[in-house]
Design a protein around this ligand. Structure first.
Ligand SMILES: [Zn+2]
Length: 103
C-alpha cells in the first residue's frame, strides 16, 4: 500500500539523526544528502531535527545520556512506522501537518 517513494523516505528518516550526528559511512551520507536535495518533505524533517539538536546544544545539554538518545530514536522510529501505516501515500503532496498524533 505504501509507495516505493514513500518507503524510501521512511527508510531515510530512520537514518536522519545518525546523518545529523555524522555517524553514517561516507557512501550513506552521500545517499542521504542526495535524497534531501530532491525531497522537500525529508529536508523539512532534517531541518527540524537539526534545529532541535542545535537547541539542545545551546541549552547546555549537548551530552544527552545515551539511553535518552536511544529512547528518543526508538520513539521517532515508532511514530514514523505508525504514520506509515496510518497515512496512505500522501507524503509526496507536501510537508504539511506532520505532528498529528503529538500529545
Ligand atoms: Zn524523502
Amino acid at each position: 500500500m505504501t509507495s516505493p517513494a514513500r518507503q524510501r523516505c521512511l527508510r531515510l528518516r530512520e537514518r536522519l539523526s545518525s546523518y545529523i550526528d555524522g555517524d553514517l559511512s561516507p557512501s550513506e551520507r552521500r545517499l542521504v544528502a542526495a535524497h534531501l536535495r530532491r525531497c522537500p518533505c525529508c529536508r523539512t524533517m532534517a531541518d527540524g531535527l537539526r534545529h532541535t539538536v542545535d537547541l539542545c546544544h545551546k541549552a547546555g545539554t549537548a551530552s544527552l545520556p545515551a539511553d535518552v538518545k536511544r529512547r528518543a530514536r526508538a520513539r521517532i522510529t515508532s511514530l514514523l512506522a505508525e504514520e506509515a501505516s496510518a497515512t496512505p501515500a500522501r507524503a509526496a503532496a507536501g510537508p504539511r501537518r506532520k505532528t498529528k498524533a503529538a500529545r
